[in-house]
Every structure is written in C-alpha cells, then in structure tokens.
Design a protein around this ligand. Sequence first.
Ligand code: CUA
Length: 179
Amino acid sequence: MNPTALSIAIAYSAVCVLVIAIVAIIWRSTLPARPRHDDTTDTERLAHGEKAWFAIAVAALGALLLATLPFIPYGDNAEAAGQQVVDVAGAQFAWTIEPSVIEAGVPTRFSVTASDVNHGFAVYNDDNVMLFQIQAIPDHPSDYVYTFKEPGRYQVVCLEFCGVKHHEMLSTFEVAEAR
Ligand code: CUA
C-alpha cells in the first residue's frame, strides 16, 4: 500500500471511530435521567452562566472565522505576489500548457480552461500519485494554486471522459530546480 493510501485509510478509520463515539454520546444523552430527590441545583445561576458561555462560543467562532478567512482558496482571495501563472487549455485530444517549464518552490497558479468539451486536468508525480485535479470547462477558467517541491517531469492525465481518444489525452511538463 503506498503511503498516501495508508494515511487515507488511517485517517478514515480514525474519523469513523470518532463519529461512532460522538453518536454514542448523543444517544446516551437522550436517555431519561434518573430522578434525583436531593436536587439542590441553583438553576438561576446556571441559566446566567449559560448566557456567558453562549457569548464566549459566538466570540470564539467569530474569531476563528476572521482568522481563517485569508486561507479560503476561492476567487482572488488566494492571489499572492510572486506566483507564476501557467495557462492550461484542454481540447479533444490534447493539452496546451504555457509555459511548459515551471519553477520548483514557487506557488504556481494553473488557469485551466477548455476549448470544446469538459476535460479533467490531473497532475501526477513520478510515483503515479495524483497531486491535484481540476475541471477544465469551456468559457469558464478555473484556477488552482500548487507549489512543486521536487524538480522533475510531471504527467498530465485527462480525468473526464471527453470522447473516443480520451485515454490518449496525456501530456507532461517540466519542473525546474528553484533559482
Ligand atoms: Cu479530455 Cu478526457
């Protein structure tokens, strides 16, 4: 099993165990509580504390939202100085990749489109591990930013069935040593 598949399997198992535990806790919480005769709970004080905790939760979520906004990978929010832009166009049955040499270590913005039908732009490394994939859609460029750590030759595979020679829609590009 390759390392990526193994880490996915481990992460998936961990999430399954976690979800089962959470469901069990929720299920347990719905069972009726045993009545307590010596109940001296100060419900007024608890109700007051509840409001404070609500305010804390709202403040924490608000802070989390603001702190993570810059990482949203959509639109131009992720646009940063120093990116290299690579224009990619899919067409039955070939890829145009401009420029075809990319520098390692520099965030690379792939601007991907198609001239006829939908294609799937997927990039694989030397070990045949897919690094990312994005739809190539006519009249609707999609961007994906990726930073190549290793120089070398990378393979492009079309991942969306686009016609009789879909399987021949392969290409490569070069990632050069960081300058
Ligand atoms: Cu292009 Cu499949």
